[in-house]
Design a protein around this ligand. Structure first.
Ligand code: ARG
Ligand code: ZN
Length: 870
């Protein structure tokens, strides 16, 4: 098995600079599956060719396999080898070959139903399906499991017809038939070269929502979204998103789909969001299934975003793939940027940017500032699964966005055109991408490459001073890139800063927006003709992924929150005002709560703003984000200060909250930006009403719960109730459970709502829920819905008695035996121990030490826990 004793034999890291081209190429592979949940036979026929390139290593053919895997037979050029003619070393099958070209055939037997890691071929609710990225293919058959070995695949699947009437794989269906005894077969061929991580196969009793798309050159593509029959009515939204994505990639990037078939399959047990296998995307069902009764607006948005993301990978990932896994952000950062822009074009661009920056700050900044910090192109790993991180994905997308900002829409497009043209059909590097951007634009991105090599979130200090006599203003800029593990000394990063100056009196833009790139550690900009007191608007649209500190006063921020003409900057000014106020309160300094209350009132009653924006802007920064602003985190002090302000906002603006609530009362379900905005504001207003202590709040929430015609309103009401102690809370939670107990995706929400509750007894409640008959550790969605959600609930997880830490550590150790990826994801919340006050820090550290001392730990958990202690 995948196990070792942590202390006895620490695993050896894989290093980026150790890359060498493969010794053998595999131009084609034929796979023959005799499928069965308990015993599946896999015959693989590989055409192998010695790589004659100078840099390629010599030596035997080395095929990766899973730990403990043994071939039933090995033949070379039709001759059966005897056991002495091959050997297994470090989980690789080694065969000495004499010539430059051979046909190698292996047979293995695997058991999908015993595969609880959900990597390779596994069973999920009666289906058989695969997940191969990053290194799952080696759990199916012996193969050079690395992304720079590109092959043409032919796949024959044979299975019981009654259990598995549908047999899908990559590419085109080239034949099917019966074999007798109730079994049937299908054969698929993928005409495109691909690495094995893009291989996919599904067998099961599935039904398709079928549609078609005509590409820009007039080819018709058959689209299918495959689900269990009962789920068919919930696939329309995903289908619409798929067709919109296909059209968008043609329009914005000139990229056309390249096969006659595009299939998507939804599965209930899946380690992450979805997978871009060539022509056969496999999805976590939560990113496909939606109807108003069961999915929230956030679910609808996420579905469209993930469908687009996986579709976009057909070019940024599949046609051009990665040379090695250190280049992961080449496809992921770029593709996240593409899906973010797609979503921005479909709905409200400003709200989308606010949401994306929230995610970056909640998930990536803490990673960049903690023990697991790594550059978007890392230099080493123990287990690549641990590097599917917010840094690779979301910071990676910000890096691409900066190129887009600096080169402009057209320059960026010239760069991507050149990149796709140069590297189509190959496995490329991040360097190739940057070079294409340079060559297409005659640009010099030498310094910009630091964004690929250096970890850590830069801190930018910006101070504006005004000399009224001379009508001059001076902006001084200073950046610091903090040290991160293994990187003590940093070079400054080029920061593209969108900035503008506003007149504090007139409200006018005195200096219109411009982009200034700060290349050095320090910089200065002089503005002329500034004849009134200026207010600085900087990093508008979050043009650089940095932490900004300015010398702006509460009055400046309040002014910007009401007058900046960039909606993101308006939001940002309000957030900064709230943060400054709350941090002052937490640190026992004087806090200007009045300024916050006035600014929220102004935003709430500004008729020119849309509801979706208002709903985001008036929310207080969450407790974890406040923790990130402090040198030492005390969750109790944060809770106290934030609740105090939240209650005041509730009370003093009670009439305004009621008015905002009433204004959306007639809203019926529609998935449109304006209807979504009204729902958002409605639930935010309900939350503040509840905070105000109004006697009718719980009744109001239950009425919203019961009268809802959609899940957004229902869950919004339930979340509000779940924070409190009313009788209505128990009524609604019980009703929700009864109504949705048979719908796993909705039941996940029931667990999450309780796990994120602000109640004092949440840690206890979560321990109880982990013993609930509907809780299971084998389903990653359920794990995340309870344990993952709890670990993100700062106040509850950091319960001063340490019970939250103990609970999560217990879960990690139990889950590690079943699914190391799922277990390892829970380590980073404990890994943040250095940031907390000493008593909690000691308790967290002790749990990490207990984890690391446990024998038989997976590489996944060992890497995360040991690095967290280092
Ligand atoms: N490539 C997939 C995506 O679209 C995710 C694969 C994640 N793999 C993993 N081992 N965590 O983002
Ligand atoms: Zn991706």
């Amino acid at each position: 098995m995948d196990q070792h004793s942590a202390i006895a034999t620490p695993p050896t890291p894989t290093l980026r600079l150790d890359y060498r081209p493969p010794a053998w190429a595999v131009p084609s592979i034929r796979l023959d599956f005799d499928l069965d949940a308990a015993v599946t036979r896999v015959r693989a026929t590989l055409e192998v060719e010695k790589n004659s390139a100078e840099a390629a290593p010599r030596g035997p053919l080395a095929l990766d396999g899973a730990p403990g895997m043994k071939p039933v037979s090995v033949t070379v050029d039709g001759r059966l080898l005897d056991a002495g003619e091959w050997r297994i070393e470090d989980d690789q099958l080694l065969i000495e070959l004499t010539g430059p070209r051979h046909i190698v055939e292996t047979e293995v037997v695997i058991s999908p139903e015993k595969n609880t890691q959900l990597m390779g071929l596994y069973a999920s609710g009666g289906l058989l399906c695969t997940q191969c990225e990053a290194e799952g293919f080696r759990r199916i058959t012996f193969f050079p499991d690395r992304p720079d070995v590109l092959s043409r695949y032919t796949v024959k699947m044979t299975a019981d017809r009654a259990l598995y009437p549908v047999l899908l794989a990559n590419g085109d269906l080239i034949g099917e038939g019966e074999t007798g005894e109730g079994r049937h077969w299908a054969e698929w061929r993928d005409p495109f070269l691909k690495p094995c991580y893009l291989f996919a196969m599904v067998a099961g009793d599935l039904k398709a929502n079928r549609d078609s798309f005509t590409t820009m050159s007039g080819r018709e593509v058959q689209l299918g979204i495959w689900v269990r029959e009962a789920d068919l009515p919930r696939t329309e939204h995903a289908m619409t998103a798929l067709k919109s994505s296909m059209a968008w990639d043609e329009k914005v990037y000139g990229r056309e789909y390249d096969l006659g078939i595009f299939n998507i399959v939804a599965v209930a047990d899946f380690n992450f969001g979805a997978m871009e296998n060539k022509g056969l995307n496999i999805f976590n069902s939560r990113y496909i299934l939606a109807d108003p009764e069961t999915a929230t607006d956030a679910d609808y948005d996420a579905i469209a975003g993930v469908v687009a993301h996986e579709y976009f990978h057909n070019w940024s990932g599949n046609r051009v793939t990665c040379r090695d896994w250190f280049q992961l952000s080449l496809k992921e950062g770029f593709t996240v940027f593409r899906d973010q822009e797609f979503s921005a074009d479909q709905g409200s661009r400003a709200v989308k940017r606010i949401e994306d920056v929230r995610v970056l700050r909640a998930a990536q900044f803490p990673e960049d500032g903690g023990p697991l910090a790594h550059p978007i192109r890392p230099d080493s790993y123990l287990e690549i699964s641990n590097f599917y991180t917010a840094t690779i994905y979301n910071k990676g997308a910000e890096v691409i966005r900066m190129l887009h900002t600096m080169l402009g829409v057209e320059g960026f497009r010239r760069g991507t055109d050149l990149y796709f043209e140069r590297h189509d059909g190959t496995a490329a590097t991040c360097e190739d991408f940057v070079r294409a951007m340079e060559d297409a634009n005659g640009a010099d991105l030498t310094d910009f490459r630091r964004w690929y090599s250096q970890a850590g979130t830069p801190r930018l200090r910006a101070a504006l001073s005004h000399e009224p006599g001379t009508a001059k203003a001076r902006l001084t800029l200073e950046q610091v890139v903090p040290p991160t593990p293994g990187q003590d000394d940093k070079q400054p990063m080029p920061l593209p800063l969108r900035l503008a100056l506003f007149g504090a009196k007139s409200g006018k833009a005195i200096v219109p927006e411009r982009v200034h790139v700060l290349h050095d550690a320090e910089g200065e900009i002089l503005f002329e003709g500034v004849d009134e007191q200026p207010v600085l608007s900087i990093n508008r649209g979050f043009s650089a992924p940095v932490i900004v500190e300015t010398n702006r006063t509460a009055a400046d921020l309040a002014f910007l929150s009401g007058h900046d003409d960039d909606p993101f900057a308006r939001f940002e000014a309000m957030q900064q005002l709230m943060v400054d106020t709350l941090v002052a309160a937490i640190e026992g300094r004087e806090a200007d709560e009045e300024a916050v209350i006035a600014a929220v009132r102004e935003t709430l009653t500004d008729p020119s703003l849309d509801a979706a924006f208002v709903g985001e802007a008036v929310l207080l920064p969450n407790e974890a984000f406040l923790g990130d602003q402090l040198a030492v985190v005390d969750p109790t002090a944060i809770r106290r200060a934030r609740e105090h302000l939240r209650q005041r906002l509730g009370r003093e603006l009670e009439a305004e909250w009621r008015a905002a609530y009433a204004a959306s009362a007639g809203n019926r379900f529609e998935y449109t930006p304006s209807a979504k905005g009204l729902r958002r504001l409605r639930t935010v207003a309900l939350g503040y009403l509840d905070a105000s202590g109004a006697a009718d709040a719980a009744k109001q929430a239950l009425a919203q719960y019961e009268g809802a015609d959609n899940m957004t309103d229902r869950q919004g009401a339930l979340t509000t109730l779940a924070n409190g102690t009313s009788a209505e809370r128990e009524t609604a939670l019980a009703a929700f459970y009864d109504r949705y107990r048979n719908d796993a995706l909705v039941l996940d929400k029931w667990f999450t709502t309780q796990a994120i509750s602000m109640r004092e007894d949440t840690a206890e409640a979560v321990e109880r829920l982990a013993r609930h008959p509907d809780f299971t550790m084998t389903n990653p969605n359920r794990m995340r819905s309870l344990v993952g959600a709890f670990a993100a609930n700062q106040f509850a997880f950091h319960s001063a008695d340490g019970r939250g830490y103990r609970f999560v550590a217990d879960m990690i150790l139990k889950a590690d035996k079943l699914n190391p990826q799922s277990a390892a994801r829970l380590v980073p919340p404990l890994g943040r121990w250095r940031r907390f006050e000493p008593a909690r820090a000691a308790l967290m550290k002790a749990e990490l030490e207990r984890i690391v001392a446990t024998p038989g730990l997976s590489k996944d958990v060992f890497e995360q826990a040991s690095k967290s202690l280092a």
